[in-house]
Design a protein around this ligand. Structure first.
Ligand SMILES: *Cc1c(COP(=O)(O)O)cnc(C)c1O
Length: 380
């Protein structure tokens, strides 16, 4: 089955007991055992639930892994992956990981004795130089938030294999529609399903998928032991969202092209950051490892122009954190998602006060372009 067909027919696409076309929501917390110790398929719903299992199978198929695991949030999925490891283990982590991941690492995981070195994963020599005797895995995102920087998954996975390390990728921005890291050598993929997979800004969830049977067994153990599982209602909502991932992404991409055309020619925009632009630094790698370039766009207004005035002038595009929904969402990283980083550090990392991040939605492109145009016109 090809990808878009799999979106619709993957997972458990017909309920085996009733033939229901939409996977039923099994709210039962426990399952009857007909024989004492007989080991039925379902026992207790933290360990496994048929609705969640359908979503987990679907995600394993879409990411081309052997098993998927659904969690209460993306953060819970990421925590579960790090929970595979022990005190004294060392990780190489990309410099632009999601803020919540950075917080999890620094404020929680370090207290449990996990060790981290932050590296610019665009620089392969720097990645290899950071490998220590106790390094166990390389964890990064591509494209990153909010600068859309691209790292070479295949090359990094090769370095990892050479040193006996695992490669873990947060694939939230790209989605499996655009990029399937396991096929490029990665061992584990994680998602905030809250974003494009759910797609409607109405559910919080997380996913981990692996193509390694041994890791799958360990992840099942961790998922059941820590217990931050996704409930059956949210699992169903996520599956409903995923069915239209392909349809949504096609419109997201069309609208993104229109938005970029406007931004690139407007004199009040200093720079557009998007992996699909031929002169963007990570373009060649993105073209090699992604089927499409996604619908996240960042841009800088000319120095001194007010990002605040711009975003507050928008009528259709919503000023809000998060991304990947059907509605266009815009934010100013320096004030919002990256506001907790000290200004000097932020500037050093290339996040200027004039930087704006846009998650292009699936409204009519004319409305999005007109809205951006009128907000730009208010600047001068
Ligand atoms: C939102 C996000 C997360 C965290 O996911 P939650 O579902 O909010 O816990 C992790 N990684 C990336 C790239 C994200 O955008």
């Amino acid at each position: 089955m090809k990808f878009n067909t799999q979106l619709i027919h993957g997972g458990i696409s017909e309920d085996p007991t009733t033939g229901a076309v939409s996977t039923p929501i099994y709210r039962s917390s426990t399952f009857r055992q007909h024989v004492l110790g007989g080991g039925p398929k379902w026992e207790y719903a933290r360990t496994g639930n048929p609705t969640r299992a359908s979503l987990e199978l679907l995600m394993a198929q879409l990411e081309e892994g052997v098993a998927g695991f659904a969690f209460a949030s993306g953060s819970a999925a990421i925590h579960a992956v790090f929970s595979l490891y022990s005190s004294g283990d060392h990780f190489i982590v990309g410099k632009d990981v999601y803020g919540g991941t950075f917080r999890l690492i620094n404020k929680v995981l370090k207290r449990f004795g996990l060790e981290f070195t932050v590296v610019d994963t665009q620089d392969l020599a720097a990645v290899e130089a950071a490998v220590q005797d106790n390094t166990v895995a390389i964890y990064f995102e591509t494209p990153t938030n909010p600068l859309l920087e691209v790292s070479d998954i295949e090359a990094i996975a090769k370095i990892a294999k050479k040193h006996g390390l695992k490669t873990v990728i947060d694939n939230t921005f790209a989605t499996p529609y655009n990029q399937r890291p396991l096929t490029l050598g990665a061992d584990i993929v994680v998602h905030s399903a809250t974003k494009y997979l759910g797609g409607h800004s109405d559910v919080v969830g997380g996913i981990a998928v692996t193509n390694d049977e041994e890791i799958a067994e360990q992840l099942a153990f961790i998922q059941n032991s820590i217990g931050a599982v996704l409930g059956p209602d949210d699992s169903w909502l996520l599956m409903r969202g995923i069915k239209t991932l392909g349809a949504r992404m096609r419109i997201h991409h069309e609208n993104t092209a229109a938005v970029i055309e406007l931004l690139e020619k407007d004199p009040r925009v200093a720079r557009v950051l998007y992996p699909g632009l031929p002169d963007f630094p990570g373009h060649d790698i993105a073209a090699k490892q992604m089927d499409h370039f996604g619908a996240m766009v960042s841009f800088e207004l000319q120095a001194g122009l007010s990002a605040k005035k711009f975003v507050e002038s928008l009528q259709v595009i919503t000023l809000a954190e998060s991304l990947g929904g059907i509605e266009s969402l815009i934010e100013v990283p320096a004030v919002m998602t990256h506001g907790s980083i000290p200004r000097e550090v932020r500037l050093q990392n290339g996040i200027k006060d004039e930087l704006i991040r846009l998650s292009v939605g699936i409204e009519d492109e004319e409305d999005l372009v007109a809205d951006l145009q009128q907000a730009l016109d208010q600047l001068s």
